[in-house]
Design a protein around this ligand. Structure first.
Ligand code: GSH
Length: 234
């Protein structure tokens, strides 16, 4: 690992070199899009606190993503995004991902949790242990069951179709103003949505194709066809 390269702390799963976490995907997509050279340190759930806990004093749980650029540590995908936009300024070839403005981007980031993620969270959480690494799985099941009770019971009655209502505004938006979330050009909103879908697809491979096909007008499916090739763990 070269001393000058930015270091990205990403969350490990059972498949080597595979990004899965929605928050980490956001950071990874920005790093890759801006062509910022970086090294990845893969961290399992139970090792997050000992690896990057010093960056988030008093915070429980300590979370990823975290980056280290020179002597500067930054945590939280939103703060990392702002930091990268500021320290790796846009060029003509790679325009800013803050478009049309930071308020709209921040709203969309929060809405993604409130809409699509909330619509499916009880379907998602019980499916996560299956793709985590062994110690990550043990940690995840123990901590989530302490918090929410049995994951098995949580899964009962949960259907992928619940996502239709959560994603409907995306289809409407893309139909009227696409092809990207903010219109004519790619922005961080696209990456936030793609990051979320990557997480869903780890829970059940192929489920995102089903979700986008809930909408026969096809704009969400077209968007996914355009964006999905970017989701490569470099
Ligand atoms: N607001 C934070 C949320 C990050 C977050 O929740 N990360 C999860 C993985 S997706 C995590 O590290 N969780 C650790 C845990 O729950 O113990 C961000 O956007 O970075």
């Amino acid at each position: 690992m070269s001393a000058s390269k930015l270091v990205f702390y990403d969350l490990l799963c059972g498949t080597p070199n595979t990004c899965w976490s929605p928050s980490c995907w956001r950071t990874r997509l920005v790093l890759q899009h801006k062509r910022i050279p970086f090294d990845t340190v893969w961290v399992s759930y139970p090792d997050i606190a000992s690896t990057v806990g010093h960056t988030q004093p008093g915070r429980d749980p300590v979370t990823l993503p975290v980056i280290k650029n020179g002597d500067t540590w930054v945590y939280d995908s939103w703060e990392i995004f702002l930091y990268l936009e500021q320290h790796f300024p846009s060029t003509e070839e790679i325009p800013s991902l803050i478009y049309p403005n930071v308020e709209a981007v921040y709203f969309f980031e929060n809405w993604t949790h409130a809409g699509p993620v909330e619509s499916l969270i009880l379907w998602i959480l019980p499916r996560m242990p299956a793709f985590l690494d062994e110690s990550g799985r043990e940690f995840f099941v123990r901590t989530r069951e302490d918090q929410f009770g049995s994951l098995e019971e949580m899964a009962e009655g949960q259907q992928l179709e619940q996502a239709e209502g959560g994603f409907e505004p995306i289809e409407f938006l893309l139909k009227r103003y696409g092809p990207y979330i903010a219109g004519e050009r790619v922005s961080y909103q696209d990456f936030v949505l793609l990051a979320t879908l990557q997480w869903f697809d780890m829970c059940e491979p192929g489920c995102v194709r089903k979700i986008v096909n809930f909408f026969p007008t096809g704009h969400f499916a077209r968007w996914y066809g355009m964006l999905h090739p970017l989701a490569v763990t470099q």
